[in-house]
Write a protein that binds this ligand. Sequence first.
Ligand SMILES: O=C(O)CCC(=O)/C=C/C=C(\O)C(=O)O
Length: 288
Amino acid sequence: MSQSFTESETSRFVRVREGEGELNIHYNDCDPGDARETVVMLHGSGPGASGWANFNRNITPLVEAGFRVLLVDCPGWSKSDTIVNTGSRSNLNARVLAGVVDALGLSRIHILGNSMGGHSAVAFALDHPERVGKLVLMGGGTGGVSPFTPMPTEGIKLLNGLYRSPTIENLKAMMNVFVFDPGDLTEELFQARLDNMLKRRDHLDNFVASFAANPKQYPDFGPRLGEISAPTLVIWGRNDRFVPMDVGLRLIAGIPKSELHVFNNCGHWAQWEHWKAFNALVLEFLSR
Ligand SMILES: O=C(O)CCC(=O)/C=C/C=C(\O)C(=O)O
């Protein structure tokens, strides 16, 4: 039976402790009702990004296979509280995720992280190894310098520029570099992202303030990847112009139980550009 979910009917909030205060964190809870395992999906760092915007093509197959799917919106995005982050954003997101899974009474989770979400998933796995089942990392997993690709990449330059000047023209310029085939991008998708972005100017301002306070928001976890015991599936687009594919090679070189799948003719959004094959890959990996 095909289960379809809407963003509004799955929209939830939970308050988590962070430092001396609390953050109100939004997430979408797609629950088949009898799930034995939970997959948390963590989005990327673009303006207007959210769990739903990043992963709406990836939910149903996992829920139909019996997984509960949680789309957690990191602080500074979507309907979650805003924040100026002066430390490691990967570790901030990992702390917040720990608070969310504590509040929901979850002992172990699988994590599927896109870009910044991948960096954050690795941070969580390093801090809470006993709470991670499997990891799926795509287009991200660690900060650090590429030995082959000049950084910041063209995509990251467009992303940072969009935070400073949130116009439809700059959004289209970023998203056209995002994917391999811009023909898949629709005016409806652009408008939804623009609306998300302009709804929360505080998120835009605080991302810029965070970057000014600490230009290295995502630490290089390279020296610690060997500590990760979780089985890990790394997925990349060969044509990724945001986080280059050699980062994926660094991840499988460091994480002992890891494998890499590269999609040709694919940019930074493998889970969206090749969603049918992506979903089959992830389902097979999680179901082993
Ligand atoms: O700067 C990095 O290393 C991470 C970049 C990143 O997370 C970009 C992702 C953007 C999206 O997923 C989006 O805008 O939907």
